[in-house]
Design a binder for this molecule. Structure first.
Ligand SMILES: [Zn+2]
Ligand SMILES: [Zn+2]
Length: 597
């Protein structure tokens, strides 16, 4: 493919550059189309990325909807057809500012002021549209053969939440129509697995604008899954000697000043509220509460390790553009724990946490994950607590322990918590970007800030080490992940409805009712669908929408022979058995947390 650089030279671009140039040029064509339809539009940044391209646009008061992408895409097609040549030119800074001012591009003017003095500014132009850019681009608009606008999201100018929220128009482009078609097929598949869509089908949770953005509410069936997850992990933790507590979702600003969250984490928190003469915040994490619980008593080395755990409600400020169902909300529940131990106990405790993480993954069939040792970025003095010696000690200790217990990991700079390094276990959901499911963090910092102590064997006062850990991470995010991985086909123990009784006609309502009552008495989550709908319709709904593991089809033949026909959600096969046989089967599946239906 031919491309145009910012000196006006046409060159044959390498294959690996091609996609980037196409997508980046598509962003220019998108901007041109938007400007034709919305002349007031002002443009911020519009780069290509690994998935496609986007442009951040200020549309004033106008709120663009996804339906309004079609006319923009149509306009882009027109521009492609017009086959406008891309041209490039350079201006000295003052003329560049003047040109952008004339065109009302205030964001571009602001951007020029960031560029080094003396640099000449390069522009690209196709037809009436001029953009400040370094290129390279395609030579004619017709070279853009396969593209699509995908979605709208929000983004702050310069990614700073104090700035205006702009409209981000996301799209993608490919070299050929075939590649685009394959992308669309995969995207459609991914959309079907989106936990928000599954949650809507199965009536698991609800987002309500009046309640507030990013504050999903769990409906009965969703809450059933949630409490099963809670019971599951709490039972496991109890066996391992964790002590569960419950602490409030708010704390004083002073508490978070003591912990350092106020200095290093304030941007992720809701603003404080004044009550009487104190200031409170919704807590973003419960570490400080647990530190204060530890500090409320004197401790001897003999008591350590102490593992304080909580399924804790937390609140974080997330910009509305990044919210995503229950995967990323402003309220969530952490499966949190703080382990207070001596330095000698670090290894055994980290190993215990890792064992618990991977044991849990085995139960859920999670095999595709990536372990990351997240370190601080020493240059980032805003995000991180400053103490080089402490960081070196903590990072080396965690690295050594992970090596010793045989965890394979990669290291990433700048991903640590503000108080210490951590092991993150990341997974890649079918939809969207990699997320962290579990974490194990080593902290020498908060115990000092909270003046935590224990007396050692020589009756000396020592500072304990704290391990922060989360296994199911945020329960909400974990649930989103499991829903997407299983397409909502949850194992029986997690399924909100485990079996549904489907009488073929009114004639078997009574017999069906008895089966329903017996299962209910056994503690099985069962429903009776006694609507006068066709049996085929009831089965389809139970299987495809509610995703119920077992459908018990009851016709007159079943009643006469005193049996039930059990249809499996996952195999689609039916088998006839007595009530007792079915009861035994389902109870075993629940007890063993079997993933097979
Ligand atoms: Zn460009
Ligand atoms: Zn913590």
């Amino acid at each position: 493919m031919k491309a145009l650089d910012n000196k006006g030279q046409v060159f044959e671009c390498e294959k690996d550059e091609e996609l980037h140039i196409l997508r980046h040029s598509a962003a220019h064509i998108l901007a041109q189309a938007v400007k034709r339809l919305y002349p007031e539009a002002k443009f911020a940044f519009g780069p290509a990325n690994e998935k496609g391209f986007y442009y951040d646009v200020d549309l004033g008061e106008k709120k663009l909807t996804e339906e309004e992408l079609a006319p923009i895409e149509e306009e882009m097609r027109k521009i492609v057809k017009e086959n406008l040549p891309f041209k490039t030119f350079e201006l000295p800074r003052d003329e560049a500012v003047k040109l952008m001012e004339e065109r009302n591009e205030t964001y571009k003017v602001e951007h020029i002021s960031d560029l080094p003095e003396g640099d000449r500014i390069t522009f690209f132009q196709q037809g009436e549209y001029i953009d400040m850019c370094v290129g390279p681009h395609i030579t004619y608009t017709k070279a853009l053969k396969a593209f699509k606008l995908l979605s709208i999201s929000g983004a702050y100018w310069r990614a700073d939440q104090n700035n205006k929220m702009l409209t981000r128009i996301n799209g993608t482009a490919f070299a050929t129509k075939e590649e685009l078609a394959e992308f669309e097929r995969q995207r459609e598949e991914a959309l079907k697995r989106d936990h928000r869509r599954i949650g809507r089908d199965m009536e698991l949770f609800l987002s309500d604008e009046l309640v507030g953005k990013g504050l999903p509410m769990y409906l009965p069936d969703g809450y059933t899954i949630w409490t099963e997850l809670e019971d599951y992990i709490r039972t496991k933790e109890r066996r391992l000697g964790y002590l569960h507590v419950m602490t409030p979702c708010v704390g004083t600003v002073q508490l978070y000043k003591t912990s350092g969250h106020w200095d290093h984490y304030k941007d992720n928190m809701f603003p404080p509220m004044q009550v009487e003469d104190e200031e409170f915040v919704l807590r973003p994490m419960n570490c400080p509460h647990h530190m204060r619980i530890y500090a409320s008593k004197r401790h001897s080395y003999r008591e350590l390790p102490i593992r304080i755990a909580e399924i804790a409600h937390d609140f974080r400020f997330e910009s509305s553009g990044t919210l995503k169902g229950i995967e990323r909300g402003r309220h969530f529940c952490q499966n949190d724990s703080h382990i207070f131990c001596t330095p000698e106990q670090i290894k055994a405790e980290v190993k215990g946490v890792c064992d618990l993480i991977f044991d849990t993954y085995k139960d859920f069939g999670i095999t595709d994950y990536r372990c990351v040792l997240s370190l601080r970025d020493p240059k980032d003095t805003v995000k991180y607590h400053q103490d080089d010696e402490m960081w070196n000690t903590a990072e080396n200790a965690l690295r050594e322990v992970l090596k010793e217990i045989g965890i394979h990991f990669t290291e990433e700079i700048g991903e640590a918590a503000f108080y210490g390094p951590k092991l993150d276990v990341n997974v890649k959901p079918v939809t969207g970007n990699e997320i962290t499911l579990s974490t194990c963090q080593l902290d020498f910092c908060l115990p000092m800030k909270f003046d935590l102590t224990y007396t050692d064997a020589n009756d000396q006062r020592k500072t304990p080490v704290v391990i922060h850990r989360a296994i199911l991470g945020s329960l909400d995010r974990f649930m989103a992940y499991i829903l997407e991985e299983t397409k909502g086909h949850l194992p029986v123990w997690l399924a909100p409805t485990q079996a549904i009784v489907l009488p073929v006609s009114e004639k078997t309502f009574e017999y069906s009712g008895k089966i329903y009552e017996k299962l209910k008495d056994k503690g099985i989550r069962v429903r009776l669908d006694d609507r006068s709908e066709k049996i085929g319709y009831k089965i389809r709904e139970a299987q495809a929408v509610l995703r119920t593991p077992y459908m018990l089809v009851i016709g007159q033949k079943e009643e006469e022979e005193n049996v039930i026909t059990v249809r499996s959600r996952d195999t689609g096969e039916s088998s006839t058995m007595t009530y007792e046989e079915f009861e035994k089967l389902i109870l075993e599946k629940i007890e063993n947390k079997s993933r097979e239906v």
